[in-house]
Design a protein around this ligand. Structure first.
Ligand code: PLP
Length: 426
């Protein structure tokens, strides 16, 4: 692969855009951040003309592939009628009706633009509803980049106790005080959560969790863990928030909450729900969500539910849910065949290739044999990160584009031929 033009653009970009990139996660790319020209279906082309089968899918939004026609057409049709009104529109109600018809916890939904904002709104309304301040979050989970929740995403856990480890900011510029109401525990350990609730249950406004730890290795909840969180929240009057920014409309039309049969009080969504449209949502029980409606909890945003985004959501959800969810099932089955193919390769090699996840999103890593089971952030660190980097950059050189941290997103546009080529490259 030749990346000469990308390199040139990066040098030009660095003069006007810090680091030449607009989101810090893009710095991780090898040999350096790349510039892209266009995408179509399951493929993407960079500015040097290199074509790749794309399993990054915009880091998740493109569940329908690049520029999916139904979403594209609906957005264009709306664009002709105006991009933004800063007022209500009928298409927004249609998107909300569709959304609430699919998601078990959603009596009501509010739209915004990014996952971080949706999380922010969920935390605020939980605190307003309970009159409490503290939020329990788990090590390794990602809930966006805002100051009051971006704690212990990638902490140094050496010497840290499992019960109430020290709060660690994710970045410079994060005031200590912003973590004062964040309580952190390792994930998947219900006994620790029970201990916490026995000591301070009356102070906990909310538990926030990714229902599957997609952002740190697609780690599944242990049997009973999510149910246990549900029970503790119900008993203690705390709000259970599922962060479904990745899992939503992907694990099932009703998200991870439908897949696992555990209904949270609130849930946050983004990515797949708009098929690439810039949109996010917080949804949940009427008695909590209506605090936004009564203006008790503020939720604002210039671009919230702009009609182009709303048209995109309606079109994406209509497409995914048509014919009993046939398109979503197709993406899941394509991903399953990749996972099975990778498992077969794993069996035929001496490398500790490990595949984990719920199709159509899964994680590939190299976990040394004899390691303890990967159930949380701490155990996930046993994986060989150097080998993973060699693997994904090797794949990129063979025209297979995956997320550097090891996640693979599969879309409705991926084909059996894509799977075959991919397994061949692996
Ligand atoms: N929550 C989860 C589970 C995510 O994966 C992400 C982003 O990847 C976010 C929240 C933040 O979303 P955004 O990047 O749109 O702010």
């Amino acid at each position: 692969m030749n990346y000469a033009k990308s390199k040139q653009l990066l040098e030009r970009s660095r003069k006007v855009i810090p680091g030449g990139i607009s989101s810090n996660v893009r710095a991780l790319w090898h040999p350096h951040p790349l510039f892209y020209d266009h995408g179509k279906g399951s493929h993407i082309w960079d500015v040097d003309g290199n074509e790749s089968i794309d399993y990054v899918l915009g880091r998740g939004p493109l569940l329908l592939g690049h520029s999916p026609k139904p979403v594209f057409d609906a957005m264009c049709k709306q664009l002709e009628r105006g991009l933004h009104y800063a007022g209500q529109s009928e298409v927004e109600i249609e998107a909300a009706e569709k959304f609430c018809g699919l998601v078990p916890c959603a009596d009501r939904v509010r739209f915004s633009s990014t996952g971080s904002e949706a999380v922010h709104a969920a935390l605020r309304v939980s605190r307003d509803h309970t009159g409490r301040k503290k939020v329990l979050r788990f090590e390794g989970h990602y809930h966006g980049w805002f100051d009051n929740i971006a704690w212990n995403y990638a902490p140094n856990t050496e010497g840290e106790p499992r019960y109430l480890p020290r709060n660690q900011p994710t970045t410079g510029g994060q005031p200590e005080e912003d973590g004062a109401n964040v309580v952190v525990l390792p994930w998947n350990d219900l006994d620790l959560v029970k201990k916490l609730f026995s000591e301070m249950g009356g102070e906990i406004a909310a538990i926030i969790t990714e229902p599957v730890l997609c952002n740190y290795g697609s780690i599944l909840p242990l049997p009973g863990f999510l149910d246990g969180l549900r029970e503790l929240c119900t008993e203690n009057g705390s709000v259970l928030i599922f962060d479904e920014v990745i899992t939503g409309f992907r694990f099932s039309l009703g998200g991870a909450q439908e897949h696992f049969g555990v209904t949270p009080d609130l849930a946050t969504f983004a990515k797949a729900m708009g098929g690439g449209t810039i949109v996010s949502a917080v949804a949940g029980k009427a008695e909590i969500m209506d605090r936004f409606g009564s203006l008790s909890a503020n939720h604002s945003g210039t671009y919230n539910a702009n009609p182009v985004a709303a048209a995109g959501v309606k079109a994406a959800l209509d497409f995914l849910s048509a014919n009993g969810g046939a398109e979503l099932k197709k993406a899941q089955s394509t991903a399953k065949s990749l996972m099975v193919g990778l498992e077969e390769i794993a069996e035929s090699t001496s490398l500790p290739l490990t595949i984990r996840g719920v199709p159509p999103v899964f994680h590939v890593s190299f976990v040394p044999e004899g390691s303890e089971p990967v159930v949380d952030y701490r155990s996930a660190q046993l994986a060989d990160s150097e080998m993973l980097t060699r693997f994904w950059s090797g794949l990129q050189n063979r025209g297979i584009r995956v997320v550097p941290e090891g996640l693979w997103f599969v879309s409705t546009a991926h084909t059996a031929e894509d799977v075959e080529k991919t397994l061949h490259a692996v």
